[in-house]
Design a protein around this ligand. Structure first.
Ligand code: Z2T
Length: 810
């Protein structure tokens, strides 16, 4: 937008005075922040209304991205960047004696997601709006997001996340757009003059109240909507529940149970728990979202049969897969369509993304729970299942194994992935290798049945948040050197390669990285009182804590290094700082035990004079979007070391690459595509391939003892986990020991250990050649444009959603 510094200052001072009845000299920092936020909100509002009116007027096909999670991170700086007024605002505030960066830190970071899946949804929102696509988000307004992590004596403690304690600046409540969601009760099908109709009795009705957040594009005109629903007790219900009789307890219990639905985000990133409340959350936002979409569609006055020409609905993993049943219900029961028409519309409207092949993450609801919670949906799903079995048995005759593997209801469970696949016209994985595994193994039978539905869409990240916002100096350099064509097409980052032999550019890269490292040095000193060396290699593994992500492999190498240095304190190694950031699901004992190990090892190493500060270990508490924005721009080495075949894609790998780190990786997920881009000389690859892992799993031929017996270094490390080296309590690391000795090292940590050590040595050698290292960084940055979510979204738009970019002027 066009805004002069003086105009901004005038607007700001006025806003501050009108809202808080104070001048800039008296106002608290908090009020200064709030006034800025409210002003920026004003700047956005007009375009928001215009965007919506335009979509309706032109009847644009609109996409709704249904997701349990949206991990947005702080929004104020993104709004400033996308409005293109950050510099003006910063200068204007400085004139008033206010530091913009200090105000930005005051914004709460809404953590409405667990990890990659939620952050991907947020990156997609940014790309949709920035490219001018009509695409919105639909989810839940959790009162409490992902827990805040505190480390106490090396253990993870979970604290309640209370991001709504202060009013959230960016949401607008829309009570007039409330819809009703029905749970439980009994449904009978009754013959009426209008045909068969469901009659409900004894069910519970809940209000879904929308809160809208503007998603502002960088294209200066599009403002899409993220609509999050909150669960409330309907007003009529309040009387019916005891107020009249003075039975307040009954009323309070009821209100509590209803509001529970949008109280808190489940903190599991990759395991399915089968909790009733979770099922209610899923149906709650899906039903509310679909009802809202249908209401909006009616205003277009188009035939219901053309629904999928105007609406596309994307389901982000199986959490919203119940949409298949709910859309059918709305079309059959509310719109009065016949089965075949309703089914045709449903399949054409829905598309599904799979984010994992881990068996323990698959959503399978107990049949009885499902039936009690959403009886009408279960009826419909049973009919979908019946028809599906009929179709399959026609095709495969008596091959019951095929029916068993693909049908929805099986063994007393409702299998949500099967429902999603059968009810969608498109099914995609999130990286090439992941999609191949889906097609060839996990979903092979479905692939044979519906080959045309399967496609790959490799994940991406928005360079606006992960480069422009998190690493502004590097962004400036890339744009300046690679040309303005980068602004609209990140693939043009490749022009940066021209500077591969330009010592000035390489020096500048070095300086920028160093400054980013110094920021982290200051942060760590201030927060943990640990001194770290900005000249050391910053080796970073930040992501959720999980067995398959193998933080344990990383720690084992650190212990190995420690042992070497203890044996020979004179050993000449390149100084390194190992950073970890990771939350463990509260009930995941192994993961929590690994956190304790990292902190115990850190404590020993950081305080051992023999080590002479050659290595340091830092655990960054409460890893989330905000900490990521601090640490990723400072990373030299990006640890992407999952057991091959387990990480569907990974997106942190892309963020590090874009910020000029060198990837140390297994050939898993999108690492494979990063490798294809940068080539053998600009990445360090090690370990089992996914084929090797899958073969070992299939043949059950892996025995960790074979490895252990022939590797004294590993023997020593495992001994140290119970001999008091890292904890006085010799039982301390029993979950980890059981993971190896009891479960047999299911993620092949021991198997890949020596390859990993070797790869780490290679990193040292590469790093010692300063120029060579900087050239590797440059190559990585140049190729990172490929992994912008703008590219991913363009492909979704073209192949799956069939939507076009909208330019309001035209
Ligand atoms: C999640 O973050 C991911 C997968 C899930 O499967 C659930 C959650 Cl919360 C149900 C991650 C994948 O692990 C990661 O590889 C991928 O990059 C990310 O989703 C986005 O696709």
């Amino acid at each position: 937008m066009n805004l002069t510094k003086n105009q901004f200052k005038e607007d700001y001072v006025k806003r501050l005075t009108l809202t808080f009845a104070q001048t800039t000299t008296e106002a608290s920092l908090e009020h200064k922040y709030l006034a800025l936020g409210k002003l920026i909100r004003d700047y956005i509002s007009e375009s928001w209304a215009e965007t919506n009116n335009y979509y309706t007027k032109k009847k644009c096909k609109q996409i709704y991205y249904f997701s349990m999670e949206f991990l947005l991170g702080r929004l104020l700086n993104s709004y400033l960047l996308n409005l293109n007024i950050r510099d003006v605002v910063k200068d204007g505030l400085r004139d008033l004696g206010i530091d913009l960066d200090t105000l930005l830190e005051l914004e709460p970071d809404p953590a409405l997601g667990n990890g990659g899946l939620g952050r991907l949804a947020a990156c997609f929102m940014d790309s949709l709006a920035s490219l001018g696509f009509p695409g919105h988000g639909c989810g839940i307004r959790f009162k409490h997001g992902l827990f805040n992590q505190k480390i106490i004596n090396g253990y993870q403690k979970e604290l309640l996340n209370n991001w709504l304690k202060e009013d959230f600046l960016w949401e607008i409540k829309k009570p007039e757009k409330t819809v009703t969601v029905r749970f439980g009760g009994v449904v009978n099908l009754v013959n009426t003059p209008n045909g068969i109709e469901p009659v409900y009795s004894g069910c519970e009705e809940i209000d879904a109240v929308p809160y809208d957040i503007p998603i502002l594009g960088s294209n200066m005109e599009t403002v899409n909507t993220l609509r999050l629903f909150s669960a409330e007790l309907p007003e009529e219900e309040i009387d019916l529940n005891g107020l009249q009789k003075g039975d307040y307890q009954k009323f309070i219990d009821k209100k509590f149970a209803v509001e529970a639905i949008s109280q808190i985000l489940y903190p599991d990133d990759s395991s399915f728990q089968g909790k009733l409340l979770r099922l209610k959350q899923e149906y709650f936002f899906v039903s509310a979202g679909l009802q809202t979409i249908l209401k909006r569609y009616k205003k277009l006055k188009e035939s219901i049969h053309k629904f999928s020409d105007f609406v596309g609905i994307h389901i982000n993993d199986t959490h919203p897969a119940i949409a298949v049943g709910e859309l059918m219900r709305l079309l059959l029961d509310e719109e009065g369509l016949d089965w075949d028409s309703a089914w045709d519309i449903t399949v054409k409207t829905l598309a599904y993304t799979n984010h994992t092949i881990l068996a323990e993450a698959m959503e399978k609801w107990p049949y009885d729970m499902f039936k009690k919670t959403v009886p009408r949906i279960l009826m419909i799903i049973e009919e979908i299942d019946r028809r599906f079995c009929e179709e399959v048995s026609k095709k495969y005759e008596e091959d019951y194994s095929k029916i068993d593997s693909m049908r929805i209801i099986y063994n007393g469970e409702v299998r949500m992935a099967n429902l999603a696949i059968i009810g969608s016209h498109s099914i995609n994985g999130v990286a090439k290798i992941h999609t191949e595994i889906l097609k060839n193994r996990e979903l092979h039978d479905f692939y044979l049945l519906y080959p045309e539905r399967f496609n790959n869409k490799t994940n991406g990240i928005t360079h606006r948040r992960w480069l422009k916002n998190a690493n502004p100096e590097l962004y400036k350099l890339v744009i300046e050197k690679s040309g303005p064509e980068c602004l609209n097409d990140t693939n043009k980052f490749i022009n940066f390669l021209k500077y591969i032999n330009d010592d000035n550019v390489l020096q500048t890269l070095d300086k920028i990285k160093f400054k980013n490292k110094e920021k982290v040095v200051a942060f760590v000193k201030n927060k943990y009182n640990i001194d770290i060396n900005p000249f050391s290699i910053f080796d970073v593994q930040v992501k959720r804590l999980h067995g398959y992500k193998r933080q344990l492999l990383n720690v084992f190498n650190i212990i190995y290094l420690y042992n070497q240095l203890k044996q020979n304190p004179e050993l000449d190694i390149v100084p390194r700082t190992f950073f970890f950031g990771a939350k463990a699901a509260p009930s995941y004992y192994l993961a929590k035990n690994i956190i304790k190990l990292i902190n115990s090892v850190a404590n020993v190493i950081n305080n051992d004079p023999d080590i002479r500060n050659k290595i340091k270990v830092v655990f960054l508490e409460n890893y989330g979007v905000s900490i990521a924005e601090l640490i990723i721009p400072a990373g030299d080495v990006s640890e992407q070391i999952s057991t091959a075949s387990k990480e569907a894609s990974g997106t942190g790998n892309m963020k590090f690459m874009m910020n000029g780190a060198v990837t140390l990786a297994t050939l898993d997920g999108a690492n494979v595509e990063i490798y294809d881009e940068v080539g053998d000389n600009n990445i360090v690859i090690f370990g089992l391939t996914s084929q090797e892992v899958m073969d070992l799993e299939k043949n059950r031929t892996y025995n960790f003892r074979d490895i252990l017996n022939s590797n004294p270094d590993l023997q020593k490390i495992l001994t140290q986990l119970s001999d008091g080296t890292f904890s006085e309590n010799k039982e301390e690391f029993k979950d980890i020991l059981n993971h190896i000795y009891g479960e047999g090292d299911p993620y092949f940590v021991l198997k890949d250990f020596s390859a990993y050590v070797e790869a780490q040595n290679k990193i040292n050698t590469l790093y010692e050649n300063r120029r060579g290292w900087l050239q590797m960084c440059l190559v990585n940055i140049a190729h990172s444009g490929k992994f912008s979510s703008d590219n991913s979204i363009r492909k979704y738009a073209e192949d799956i959603w069939h939507i076009k970019e909208v330019k309001r002027g035209e």
